[in-house]
Structures are given as structure tokens and as C-alpha cells.
Design a protein around this ligand. Structure first.
Ligand SMILES: Cc1cc2nc3c(=O)[nH]c(=O)nc-3n(C[C@H](O)[C@H](O)[C@H](O)COP(=O)(O)O)c2cc1C
Length: 196
């Protein structure tokens, strides 16, 4: 049998939803610019609101950080099909509403459809779920999504690197998200031991 070799695909789907922490998604896109990772972005309508509320970025600026961006309602876009091969998908930040859509395969828009496709194709899906405190229904949804293969990755700051600014904390969280996806960004600090 003839096997055709194809070029390596390094596409990463990135969803930004309307949970607090829009900067996490923005920073992730910034760190991937100029790397061999091709980013495919979908913003939810609520994400547009949080970006404007929480940052000084224009929506068009955020979109231009990605290699390709899609309309939230474009359920026929490339990333809605499993035949469009990707490394996986990160939803950062991920609202409880979108967590619910993913957990229940309620693929009513491109963002949740792309997430469902990622799971059905057995590719990594990271949900950077941001809400606090969490009631039992939230925990149940996280469990449901995790049972389908999603990784629940709350953006919990680490203090052992002695961050001196919010941007350092953001970078640390984003670096960990990317590492969990198997992507290492050069020059960003890693823990090499120490302590007691
Ligand atoms: C400023 C702001 C902050 C919000 N923060 C959160 C949050 O941290 N977590 C969350 O689940 N929803 C949060 N919400 C509510 C979501 O935006 C809302 O549930 C929305 O319907 C989510 O839709 P999406 O998942 O399609 O983006 C916030 C809304 C606003 C306006």
C-alpha cells in the first residue's frame, strides 16, 4: 500500500469566551505569533464585551493576532470539521456557559462545534474555566467535560516564582497552558527547583 506523507500540521484552534481574563487569550495569541504554530481564532459575542471591558485592545487588533479568524456563527467554517487537522483547541478564558455547551455537545455556534470536533477526533481540548465560587452544577459540568476528554485548566496563579506583576502571572499561566498542549515558548521561565 502506498502511504502519502503530508506536511506537518501545526494548527491550534483558540476560542475566547466572555469569562473574565480576556488578556489570557490575547497573550496566548501574542506568544504564538512568529512561531510555527498557526492560530485559528473564534471570539464569542460576550468575549467582545470582556475584551473591551478589561483591556485597551480593539477587537480588530485581537483578531489580527491570529493567523485566521472566524465568525462565531460560521458553523460551516474549516474548524467545524474533523477533516481539518489541528493540534487541538484551547478555550481561554472559558465561561461556564461555554463549559456547559462543551460538556453537553450543544454545538450551536462555531466555538462549541470546534470544541466538540476536537473531542470527537481525540485531540486535546483545554478549557481554561474561570468562575468563582463554584457550585455543584459547575463541578458536575467540569466532570462531564473531563469524561469526554477535555482538560479542565482553571487559571489559578502560582506564587512560587514570586511574580512581581499581573503580566508575569498572566505569562506564567499562558506558558503552562501551552506546555499542557505540548508547546514550549523559548525564554519563559521554568521552575528548576529550590526552596527549603
Ligand atoms: C465583565 C464580565 C465578566 C464576566 N466574567 C465571567 C466569568 O468569569 N465566568 C463566567 O462564566 N462568566 C462570566 N461572565 C458572563 C459571561 O460573559 C456570560 O455568561 C456569557 O453569556 C458567556 O457567553 P460565551 O460563553 O458565549 O462567551 C462575565 C461577563 C462580563 C460582562
Amino acid at each position: 500500500m502506498e502511504v502519502k506523507a503530508t506536511k506537518k500540521l501545526h494548527r491550534l484552534v483558540v476560542g475566547i469566551t466572555g469569562a473574565s481574563g480576556a488578556i489570557l487569550g490575547i497573550r496566548l495569541l501574542e506568544l504564538l505569533r512568529g512561531t510555527e504554530i498557526e492560530t485559528h481564532l473564534v471570539l464569542s459575542p460576550a468575549a467582545r464585551a470582556t475584551i473591551l471591558q478589561e483591556t485597551d485592545r480593539k477587537i480588530s487588533e485581537v483578531q489580527s493576532l491570529a493567523d485566521v479568524h472566524y465568525r462565531h456563527g460560521d458553523i460551516g467554517a474549516a474548524i467545524a470539521s474533523g477533516s481539518f487537522v489541528t493540534l487541538g483547541m484551547v478555550i481561554v478564558p472559558c465561561s461556564i456557559k461555554t463549559l456547559s455547551a462543551v460538556a453537553n455537545s450543544y454545538a450551536d455556534d462555531l466555538l462549541s462545534r470546534a470544541a466538540d470536533v476536537t473531542l470527537k477526533e481525540g485531540r486535546p481540548l483545554l478549557l481554561v474555566v474561570r468562575e468563582t465560587p463554584l457550585h455543584r452544577g459547575h463541578l458536575r459540568l467540569m466532570d462531564l467535560a473531563a469524561r469526554s476528554g477535555a482538560v479542565i485548566f482553571p487559571p489559578v496563579p502560582a506564587f512560587y516564582l514570586h511574580p512581581s506583576s499581573v503580566s508575569e502571572m498572566v505569562d506564567h499561566t499562558v506558558t503552562r497552558i501551552l506546555l499542557r498542549m505540548g508547546i514550549q515558548i523559548d525564554g519563559l521561565e521554568e521552575w528548576t527547583g529550590g526552596g527549603s
